[in-house]
Write a protein that binds this ligand. Structure first.
Ligand code: BES
Ligand code: ZN
Length: 643
């Protein structure tokens, strides 16, 4: 028998103390019954835990305490006040629920929320908060009856709420990042991708700022600072999103648009002019866009990701504004998620490749349709280059071979650990191999049907493979593809598709010649190159290149002045690795102003691996206060940093 969870609260927070009365009551009336019965470790994948949604047997989600097979949330009415002074959100979450199995408890995920009161059918009720577990937070158990239809929870976010980043300064900003399991740090929810609900919201913010959500959005500020939102289609909690800032809106065509702070709005409007074409291309490929509008919000540079596919409103890093529209593949990616991910959703984070691998494939197809095959094949070649490098790093250097499988096993781990090039790029090449094996027409028809038939549902790896075998592949195809090796095997199968790019081959050869001393710097036609060619050249600079040669390249091409952050990033990493000191001030200014983890990790790691840990730490101390919690977590670990 496990100890009572009421007694295992490790750090009694003021919040916990506040509820002592409720908790005591609850201990008598309800909790006793469950104490000791509920397990301390995350749910395991067992037949008992399998649930049935839309006639599919799905594995249960080890990253949520909720038991939607018993009692499930169907709709949320969220009333919130955003307080920039205290940096907290105070809210009431009013839920419509369904008691599926006649259970006496509904379970929500919470992570350090300060709960004020819980009501069922309008009546104040006791509740029980279980012990806090790393990454997962706590289960919030609310007693219900077979007839209960509504639960309302009044709460506040805590100071350290991990999803939230409050940006101070001239342009105050708040944004959330819920994926994978951080929604529970700002809303009590059944935080599992398999639980979908619609929502309405009323949000009050300082009157000089606009609020935006993953929902129907305002296009102008209003003087009251009160905004209402509606998301009629059911979405999983990881797609709940809120941003508050001094933003303006510009339309791009009928259905699309961009939001950004005033100083960026024009640049953003120019950069993303082709969003409209992308949307048309996407619909042409895999069916109607069902979410209404598709807008893009440019976030502060501290956003830890490149983009996040919040429905109707993609959140994006400003580092994709290059001035020449060269980094818009990211928009194609997030747009593609409107089908792969937001319509057909990975069942658990172990199936993350079903979201991301499909999305990279779809992104490539949009890029091909809008910019042509030559352009998209350059992107595909970089995708392969990244896969090969990262796969080896994970399997050999980090010695985590199982993390190179498409189907992951993240039980007991942070789902964030699954966020590598494997689900993205290995997933992409697996789909591309299928396309090349069965032919594009057949594959496109298959994908279109897949999205249509599973709209607003979850999918897991086993069910996808069953559907694939049933609907697409012949025995001959199966023999050619070797699904097991791709999905359940370690490493990169030998039948990975070839990517041909004459332009990148020319880059490789001029690089080889220049390194060997057979080509002059003027033979490198830098000015005529697209970003992919520049990126390829820099990232493939071999070991033997010296700091002096780096200086020669920099003098000729003024690389440190580039407006393309991917090129700059690649250059800064090489500069660190080759002790090209002229770039160090830029390394510092870049790391202090940009919080995108994909850039941070390699740069800090390069310093660490080349004996410059002191430099890394000195920069990190300055930069850390500007980073979002998900970046801080990764960098603290990398640099062995503690406050
Ligand atoms: N959904 C992801 C971001 C994500 C995944 C956040 C898992 C948290 C947990 C988003 O669609 C994404 O993949 N973003 C990429 C950009 C893309 C072009 C590969 C990124 O942020 O770099
Ligand atoms: Zn993605």
């Amino acid at each position: 028998m496990l100890p009572c969870r009421l007694c295992t609260f490790k750090t009694p927070t003021p919040n916990h103390m506040k509820y002592t009365n409720y908790l005591l009551l609850f201990a008598l009336t309800f909790a006793l019954a469950s104490c000791g019965q509920t397990e301390e470790k995350p749910k395991e994948h067992s037949d008992k835990n399998k649930m049935k949604i839309a006639n599919m047997k799905l594995a249960s989600d080890a990253h949520s305490y909720s038991k939607p097979e018993d009692a499930v949330v169907k709709h949320l009415d969220w009333d919130a006040v955003v307080d920039f002074d205290q940096k907290i959100i105070s809210a009431t979450a009013n839920y419509k629920i369904e008691n599926v199995s006649g259970t006496d408890v509904i379970i929500f995920d919470v992570n350090h929320l300060n709960l004020m009161e819980v009501r069922v059918e309008g009546e104040l009720t006791e509740f029980h908060i279980g012990p806090d577990k790393k990454y997962l937070g706590q289960p919030l158990e609310v007693p219900i009856t077979a007839d209960s239809k509504t639960v309302s929870i009044k709460y506040e976010t805590s100071k350290g709420a991990e999803a939230l980043l409050w940006v101070d300064g001239d342009e105050p900003f708040l944004f959330t990042q819920s994926q994978a399991i951080l929604a529970r740090t700002w809303i009590p929810c059944q935080d599992s991708p398999g639980v979908r609900y619609s929502y309405n919201a009323r949000v009050k913010v300082p009157s000089n700022l606009m609020a935006l959500m993953s929902a129907e959005n305002p296009q102008e500020k209003n003087a009251t600072g009160e905004y209402t939102f509606k998301m009629e289609q059911p979405i999983p909690s990881y797609l709940m999103a809120l941003a508050v800032g001094n933003v303006e809106f510009r339309a791009i065509g009928e259905q699309a648009g961009v939001y950004a702070i005033p100083s960026l709005i024009e640049a953003a409007e120019y950069e993303f002019q082709e969003m409209d074409d992308m949307l048309l291309a996407a619909e042409e490929l895999y069916g109607k866009y069902v979410w209404g509008r598709y807008d893009l919000l440019i976030l502060p540079p501290a956003f830890p990701f490149g983009g996040m596919e919040n429905p109707r409103l993609t959140f994006a890093t400003p580092t994709i504004i290059a001035g020449d529209r060269s980094l818009v593949a990211l928009v194609a990616h997030e747009l593609a998620h409107s089908w792969s991910g937001n319509l057909v959703t990975n069942s658990t984070w172990d199936d993350f490749w079903l979201n991301e691998g499909f999305t990279v494939y779809f992104e490539q197809r949009i890029m091909e349709a809008v910019y042509g095959r030559e352009h998209s094949e350059m992107l595909a070649k970089l995708t392969k280059q990244e896969l090969i490098a990262e796969e080896e790093d994970i399997r050999v250097t980090q010695n985590m071979p199982n993390d190179t499988k498409l189907k992951l096993d993240l039980l007991g781990r942070n789902p964030d650990d699954g966020l590598t090039a494997i689900p993205y790029n290995k997933g992409y090449f697996f789909l591309r191999l299928m396309e090349e094996t069965v032919g594009r027409d057949k594959f496109d028809a298959f994908l279109k049907a897949y999205f249509t038939e599973h709209s607003f549902q979850v999918m897991d790896t086993d069910n996808f493979l069953a559907y694939l075998n049933d609907r697409l592949l012949t025995d001959e195809d199966r023999a050619a593809i070797d699904i097991d090796a791709w999905v359940f095997g370690v490493g990169i199968p030998a039948n990975i598709p070839n990517v041909e790019s004459d332009r990148l081959e020319r880059v490789d050869s001029v690089l080889t010649e220049w390194v060997a001393g057979n080509a002059k710097i003027s033979d490198i036609k830098w000015a005529s190159w697209e970003y992919q060619e520049k990126y390829r050249f820099i990232s493939e600079l071999p070991e033997s290149v010296s700091a002096a040669q780096m200086a020669e390249l920099d003098a000729a091409f003024e690389i440190l002045k580039t407006g393309n952050n991917e090129v700059l990033f690649a250059w800064l990493e090489k500069s660190i690795r080759k002790d090209y000191k002229a770039a160090y001030p830029r390394v510092e200014s870049f790391l202090v102003s940009v919080g995108r983890r994909k850039f941070l990790t390699p740069l800090y790691r390069a310093m660490k691996e080349t004996g410059k840990l002191d430099m890394a730490k000195a920069i990190y101390v300055k930069a850390r206060p500007h980073y979002h919690a998900v970046a801080v977590g990764t960098m603290d670990e990398l640099l062995d940093y503690s406050e």
